[in-house]
Design a protein around this ligand. Structure first.
Ligand code: C5P
Length: 218
């Protein structure tokens, strides 16, 4: 069983994907991590995330274990990591170099507890369109930029990171624009995706709706 969940930043994809993975005993792959890993790898080596040659070199040498190591960097989940990820994610060759790593994960999916399981929940921007076009269930989860920026802002504050709502809103809009206007694998729903707008929905409501879709498929 392969489930893809795509959509803009802070739409609620990650929480939903992890709940689904736990309920249906599936692995979880947060594909934003591969782009954050390249972005942080560059910053850690004093290279600008706008540097195409550096980004391609980093993507060419990226592995799962290197990505997990880079995820320990305090900037990995911060706005710095997010902005750097969105810059390298707009480079077509970088996307191409990171594609196989994402697709291979479904061949032997490993769950959180280390066990090999029967499927994956992918979370990203192009997992239903490019990474797994043959997925069993495709979801496109979205919400208004204001709602998403407020969620991210609260998340940063909870983690003790400095945050201003207006700045987070501006960054959210900037990333949306870059993600949906790039030439390679732009952010858009797959033709056969179910679109879920979470602006006025709590996570429990979204989860219940998606579980009905999965149960029907099973
Ligand atoms: O989801 P997350 O915020 O971690 O993603 C960081 C960035 O990586 C996104 O803004 C987007 O530019 C990029 N990304 C992508 N394709 C994916 C996942 C993430 O382009 N499948």
């Amino acid at each position: 069983m392969i489930i893809t969940i795509d959509g803009p930043a802070a739409a609620g994809k990650g929480t939903l994907a992890q709940k689904l993975a736990a309920k249906y005993n599936l692995a979880y792959f947060d594909t934003g991590m591969v782009y954050r890993a390249v972005g942080i790898d560059l910053i850690a080596n004093g290279i600008s995330p706008d540097n195409i040659v550096g980004a391609e070199e980093s993507a060419r040498n990226m592995t799962f274990s290197k990505m997990q190591e880079l995820a320990q960097n305090p900037d990995f989940r911060s706005p710095i990591g997010g902005q750097a990820a969105s810059k390298v994610a707009a480079m077509p060759k970088v996307r191409e170099l990171l594609l196989k790593m994402q697709q291979d994960f479904a061949k032997k999916p490993i769950a959180k507890d280390g066990s090999v399981v029967a499927g994956v929940v992918y979370d990203g921007r192009d997992t239903g369109t490019t990474v797994c076009p043959n997925a069993d269930i495709k979801l496109f989860v979205t919400a208004s930029p204001e709602v998403r920026a407020m969620r991210r802002h609260k998340e940063y504050l909870q983690k003790g990171l400095p945050s201003m709502y207006e700045d987070v809103l501006a960054q959210t809009k900037e990333r949306d624009l870059r993600d949906s206007s790039r030439a390679a694998s732009p952010l858009k729903p797959a033709d056969d995706a179910v679109i879920i707008d979470t602006s006025d929905m709590g996570i429990d409501e979204v989860f219940a709706k998606v579980c009905r879709i999965v149960d029907e498929k099973l």
